[in-house]
Design a protein around this ligand. Structure first.
Ligand SMILES: Nc1ncnc2c1ncn2[C@@H]1O[C@H](COP(=O)(O)OP(=O)(O)OP(=O)(O)O)[C@@H](O)[C@H]1O
Ligand SMILES: [Mg+2]
Length: 336
């Protein structure tokens, strides 16, 4: 096992004046055994960052350490890392056992040691009864577990996951997420997990790196990111529906943006802000009220069972506490 240190990591594709810089100086100290999620929208540089840690992509600037060793120029095979991708590409002509054992066989690990490691991984992943089947005889989720098993048996210092759950349906994703958590609790291997899904990030991460356009906007626990987002970008990316960001809220100062989450507004009979209701969505456990306040769009979450307005009506709402208000600088978007 090992810590991972990113010191001012930069990535440029191409050279000279036409080079395209896609990672702009990322700093992070990841502790031995931590489960870190890298989250952000498509194209923000998540895979690039992961591939630099894996050694699959050259690092253009800065220093990358695994443990206390600088690994910038170290070959991928020397880094003691195992990677699980979205497209896990199992060998179709091999059994699941052979798929999991293959890398160890190539590395000339003794057959009885291979047997021991594959059996152990299969047990953790609940695949023991499926080892003699071929990958095509498994469900998508089971196949993804074989791909994870193939990574586990290598007993790496670091696990890297690049959107490994994206091909699974919602239910299987949920289940596999729980398996990954169990796996991490059991093995305690330092892990970097890439996703564009903020729910996946919130549920899996011990700490998360929120990326935007090649910049690390925030590095913190899910609680920190949710309760004290570092910027308007983080505020609107983490949490669903996104935080309301208001330029013209009553009592607001010029040059500031007020943020308030839909779940932190309560309906009141007097005082508060008057909202014109445009539409109401029923989502089962809650209703989402979409309205306007001083010409700005505003979403309010109302628990199922509570009285709710209809389109065309107006309601009064107020924040459910001073600590629920977030202030951001209007020009930089940074938290004040
Ligand atoms: N080989 C390459 N040459 C030039 N630019 C590249 C190359 N690979 C990636 N990029 C650019 O680098 C940026 C980051 O790409 P990256 O694949 O890391 O994004 P991502 O966050 O993983 O996105 P996604 O969620 O879609 O997988 C993108 O703007 C992309 O176009
Ligand atoms: Mg990617």
């Amino acid at each position: 096992m090992a810590s991972i240190t990113l010191k001012n990591i930069v990535k440029r594709y191409g050279r000279g004046p036409s080079a395209n810089q896609v990672i702009h100086g990322v700093n992070a100290e990841i502790k031995d055994g931590e489960f870190i999620v890298i989250v952000g929208p498509s194209g923000c540089g998540k895979s690039t960052l992961l591939r630099m840690v894996a050694g699959l992509e050259e690092i253009s600037g800065g220093e990358l350490l695994i443990g206390d060793k600088v690994v910038n120029t170290m070959e991928p095979a020397q880094r003691d890392i195992a990677m699980v991708f979205q497209n896990y590409a199992l060998y179709p002509h091999m059994t699941n056992y052979e798929n999991m054992a293959y890398g160890l066989k190539i590395a000339k690990v003794a057959p009885e040691e291979i047997r021991r490691r594959v059996d152990k991984a299969a047990k953790i992943l609940e695949l023991s009864h499926l080892l003699e089947r071929k990958p095509r005889e498994l469900s998508g989720g089971q196949r993804q577990r074989v791909a994870m098993g193939r990574a586990i048996v290598r007993q790496p210092k670091v696990f890297l996951f690049d959107e490994p759950l994206s091909n699974l349906d919602a239910k299987l994703r949920g289940q596999t997420r729980i398996e990954i958590q169990k796996l991490h609790a059991e093995l305690g291997i330092t892990s970097l997990f890439v996703t564009h899904d903020q729910v996946e990030a919130m549920t899996l991460a011990q700490r998360m790196i929120v990326m935007n356009g090649g910049v690390m906007e925030q590095f913190g626990t899910p609680e920190e990111v949710y309760h004290t987002p570092a910027s308007t970008f983080v505020a609107s990316f983490i949490g669903s529906p996104p935080m309301n960001l208001l330029k013209n809220a009553p009592g607001s100062m010029p040059g500031r943006i007020l943020g308030i989450r839909p779940e932190h507004l309560q309906v009141v009979t007097e005082g508060g802000w008057e909202i014109q209701v445009d539409t109401v969505e029923m989502l089962g456990a809650e209703r989402l009220v979409y309205g306007t306040l001083n010409g700005e769009a505003m979403t309010i979450r109302i628990d199922e069972g509570a009285p709710f307005p209809r389109a065309g009506e107006s309601i009064r709402v107020q924040p459910s506490g001073e600590q629920r208000l977030h202030w951001f600088d209007a020009s930089s978007g940074k938290r004040i």
